[in-house]
Design a protein around this ligand. Structure first.
Ligand code: PLP
Length: 392
């Protein structure tokens, strides 16, 4: 156990994996830019032989994420999708993976267009209830895949209840915790076996690095994931690990501000005449507010609805286009979770490849806009959305 292990979340975020360098005393450990390690005699080394397998800068990041998610082990990857690839590769031909239909687009693509061709069948439910998951479980279901809150409708799934259903059927549970982060949600505590991250988003936090991670509930799962991390080879370089670790150190304070700004924005625009809906998990009008308030409580007991707010404009595509192009503080860009506010129009950007009828059937209409609320001054963000709605 690390000497910071019993301490608070915010302290561990800064110190776990960041012991001063023993040789120089450097308070921030150096970036180990090396692919290989010199051995004293054949096969005799200090635990490192080749950087695809293990690199000290990566191990520091893995230790920190592992501690924050409350897991037993962690493996980092070159992207969230590389982490997803490794996790799905734990399955064998004939196995099934069960997921809520609105999973991240890249996850859907991996399940449907890559792993299905290797005989791993994806099964999707359009219903978020644990009963719906129970109905679709069968003896071949080996993995249940959850995202909460979802993208872009911000539905909240009851992780604890779905994990019970999955475990009763003999399946493992993976929760993609990218949106909530361990500051707001601790899936392993709620029963998950794996926690997946696109560290590109809130963990990195500054829109300047792409990365992914898997945290495992127990050591028994570690061997297989470490084997796949090394075999598939989608590992992050040491510079990327350094950036992500630096991001982690401010994750707790950033998330508090993301949540406060997003809540203010959601409340401010809740009854705006140009909007038909404002979706935010902690608004009383949200369909899953009860589960959200029960479940979204993470490190140090902090509770919040996250930094994402989805709004739906009453008028159609042309008005929405004018709104998106009029924003000045918010940038119109894919991705999320950085300090700067971003705006995304799913129908034409992230969800553009889904046929219109299916997309609209799921509520992703032309008027729907997803906001990643940054940590700028909230009054400037409100004023920006207000003037853009004026132009819409
Ligand atoms: C971005 C994202 C991913 C994929 O991560 P990359 O780092 O882009 O490969 C997976 N899940 C969620 C929820 C995401 O937002």
């Amino acid at each position: 156990m690390n000497r910071f292990e019993p301490m608070h979340f915010a302290t561990r975020a800064i110190h776990v994996g960041q012991e001063p360098d023993p040789t120089t005393g450097a308070t921030v450990p150096p970036i180990y830019a090396t692919s290989t390690y010199t051995q004293s005699s054949p096969g005799e080394h200090k635990g490192y032989d080749y950087s695809r397998t293990r690199n000290p800068t990566r191990v520091m990041l893995e230790d920190a994420l592992c501690s924050l998610e409350g897991g037993a082990a962690c493996a980092c990857f070159s992207s969230g999708c590389a982490a997803t690839t490794a996790l799905l590769a734990t399955l064998s031909p004939g196995d099934k993976v069960l997921a809520y239909a609105d999973v991240y687009g890249g996850t859907f693509r991996l399940m449907k267009r890559v792993f299905e061709t290797f005989g791993v069948a994806p099964v999707f439910t359009e219903d978020t209830s644990p009963q719906a998951f129970a109905k679709l479980m069968d003896p071949r279901t080996k993995l249940v895949w959850l995202e909460s809150p979802t993208n872009p409708l911000l539905r909240v799934l009851d992780i604890e209840a779905v994990a019970k259903v999955a475990h009763a059927g003999g399946a493992k549970v993976c929760v993609d915790n990218t949106f909530a982060t361990p500051v707001l949600q601790l899936p392993i505590k709620l029963g998950a076996d794996y926690v997946l991250h696109s560290t590109t988003k809130y963990v990195g936090g500054h829109s300047d690095v792409v990365g992914g991670a898997i945290v495992m509930r127990d050591k028994a799962l570690q061997e297989k994931i470490a084997f796949l991390q090394n075999s598939l080879g989608g590992v992050p370089g040491p510079f990327d690990c350094f950036l992500q670790q630096r991001g982690l150190k401010t994750l707790a304070v950033r998330m508090e501000r993301h949540c406060a700004n997003a809540m203010r924005l959601a409340e401010h625009f809740r009854e705006h005449r140009k909007l038909s809906r404002v979706l935010y998990p902690f608004l009383e009008s949200h369909p899953d507010v009860a589960v959200a308030k029960k479940q979204m409580r993470g490190g140090d007991g902090f509770s919040g609805g996250g930094g994402m707010v989805t709004i739906v404009l009453k008028d159609g595509w042309e008005a929405t286009k004018r709104f998106c192009s009029s924003l000045r503080v918010f940038s119109l860009a894919e991705s999320l979770g950085g300090v700067e506010s971003l705006c995304c129009h799913p129908a034409s950007m992230t969800h553009g490849s889904i046929p219109k009828e299916i997309r609209e059937g799921r509520g992703i209409t032309d008027g729907l806009v997803r906001l990643s609320v940054g940590i700028e001054h909230v009054d400037d963000l409100i004023a920006d959305v207000e003037q853009a709605l004026g132009n819409a």
